[in-house]
Design a protein. Structure first.
Length: 498
């Protein structure tokens, strides 16, 4: 337990450092654009470009983590990041910022390392909470947006960027010295893992959900510092503090979301999340004041954080054998969700003069996600009912209210000899043995209509013609209006015909 806690602490702090580096450009953009005379479109590109590689690399990073271990991945990433960080500190043109920012994305890809590695050290019931704690590393973005403008005011933005070189060196050394050298490795070929998940619709729905929740987190993190200065006229340090507040709220809500997803059905939590994002988008679209805008942003941060935690509770449940690839793909789509919105908002501003349409688009997409979550929740309940039915030791058949069979389980086939293909669509009377008078069946149905249940013994006939005695319980299933929709019969063979 102590070892797993130390690993969780090291990897969380490593992610914190990675995200601090990932957010360098967006944190300092207010200073950089003045120094290098960047246009609004160029500002959007510079702040968005680190998200590209940071998102796309998450797919192989998940696979490589399973193959080489978190220690090696963090160490290699931080060593390589020394080059683009130094390059940015010496940038003299817009192109330099784009090149350095692109490779800065390596820092964002480190997210896939922990979400793939940490579940190996904890039981399944704690995966949501553990991944949520690891997600606190997102606070690195908040620390950058808070401290970087303060440091830039004192030392200049170029020197501030160089301070991050020391941070990278410290955590590269920490992972090399105290990272787990004996982490369990998985050698399954990449294509074999991809084939195991790419046709699963749940994978793509989780990708879409994370595209919205984490995308909102990243998009607002890179969008807010410059927007608050240019749109509301507040100073750069104040804008950094407000953005840090948004990032902090969203980040601390992530472990809360993971913990709640461990305790309740994650889909119920996601319903609340996407309902909140829908409302938040509407508030931002129609908020003329800084107060209403702040309320809308905080609602977005709250719901995005809860959603991020809940989604990564579901990943190991559905893809335990391909967690590296699944985590990488889902987190990659989430990162890309932070790339496109700032560019779209900049384009809409140039066309319409405001951001209202963009925020309404967020609201509509969140509403679509809400409907998809409800679909998944219903689908899971149906699948659970099917699994319970198939694994029941007693035979089960389900009929509609007219007596036509709509489902049977494996135990039914074992007793009667009739497969589901043979039984479904038939009237339940096809099992009659001929030993009971019509009055017996009339009495059974009358009792079902009056009391919604019937219990007794009945003679029926198997597919091979054998007559057998069974103990049968029939219950009516009601709809929301109280009307009978189905009858469920559960029976057990007592013995053959004597």
């Amino acid at each position: 337990m102590k070892a797993s806690k130390s690993i969780l602490s090291l990897q969380t702090l490593s992610l914190l450092s990675g995200f601090a580096v990932w957010g360098i450009l967006s944190s300092l953009i207010a200073f950089i654009k003045e120094d290098m005379m960047l246009s609004p479109g160029q500002v959007s590109m510079v702040t968005a470009v680190p998200v590209v590689l940071g998102s796309l690399l998450r797919i192989p990073y998940g696979y490589w983590t399973n193959r080489y271990g978190a220690r090696n991945m963090f160490f290699a990433s931080f060593v390589v990041l020394l080059l683009p960080v130094f390059y940015i500190s010496a940038a003299s043109s817009f192109a330099d910022l784009l090149i350095g920012g692109l490779f800065l994305g390596i820092a964002g890809a480190t997210f896939s390392i922990g979400v793939t590695s940490l579940p190996k050290y904890y039981e399944r019931e704690k995966h949501g909470f553990v991944n949520g704690i690891y997600g606190l590393g997102n606070l690195g973005s908040a620390l950058s947006t808070f401290f970087a403008p303060l440091l830039a005011t004192q030392f200049g933005w170029r020197t501030t960027v160089q301070f991050y070189l020391l941070l990278l060196a410290v955590f590269a050394l920490a992972n090399f010295l105290i990272g787990d050298r004996r982490e369990q490795k998985l050698e399954a070929p990449l294509m074999e893992q991809i084939k195991g998940i790419y046709r699963n619709e749940k994978l793509w729905l989780l990708c879409f959900f994370y595209f919205i929740t984490f995308g909102a987190f990243v998009a607002f993190t890179v969008f807010l510092p410059n927007h608050l200065v240019s749109h509301f006229g507040i100073d750069k340090v104040d804008a950094g503090l407000r953005t840090a507040g948004f990032v902090t709220l969203a980040t601390f809500m992530r472990p809360v979301g993971g913990w709640l997803a461990d305790k309740v059905n994650p889909f119920k939590l996601l319903v609340i999340v996407f309902a909140g994002l829908t409302v938040g988008g509407i508030v931002l679209a129609f908020s003329p004041s800084i107060i209403l805008y702040t309320i809308g942003c905080l609602l977005i941060g709250l719901c995005a954080g809860l959603g991020n935690g809940a989604i990564f509770k579901l990943v190991p449940l559905y893809f335990s054998k391909q967690s590296g690839i699944a985590n990488g793909l889902i987190s990659a789509l989430g990162g890309l969700g932070g790339f496109f919105p700032p560019l779209m908002l900049a384009m809409l501003l140039s066309i319409t003069g405001h951001y209202a349409i963009g925020f309404m688009a967020l609201s509509m997409v969140a509403l679509c996600s809400l409907l998809l979550v409800l679909y998944l929740y219903w689908q899971d309940k149906v699948k659970l009912a099917e699994q319970i039915m198939d694994n029941a030791s007693q035979a089960v058949l389900v009929t509609n209210k007219k007596g036509f069979i709509v489902a049977v389980n494996q135990a039914f086939t074992a007793v009667t000899g009739y497969t589901p293909e043979m039984a479904v669509g038939q009237k339940s009377g096809f099992l009659k043995s001929g030993r009971h008078a019509q009055a017996f069946y009339a009495s059974m149905w009358n009792q079902l209509k009056e009391k919604d249940s019937w219990v007794g013994e009945i003679w029926n006939k198997k597919r091979n013609g054998d007559i057998y005695l069974e103990h049968l319980t029939i219950n009516a299933v009601k709809d929301d209006l109280g009307e009978t929709s189905y009858y469920v019969g559960v029976f057990q063979e007592i013995g053959p015909d004597a």
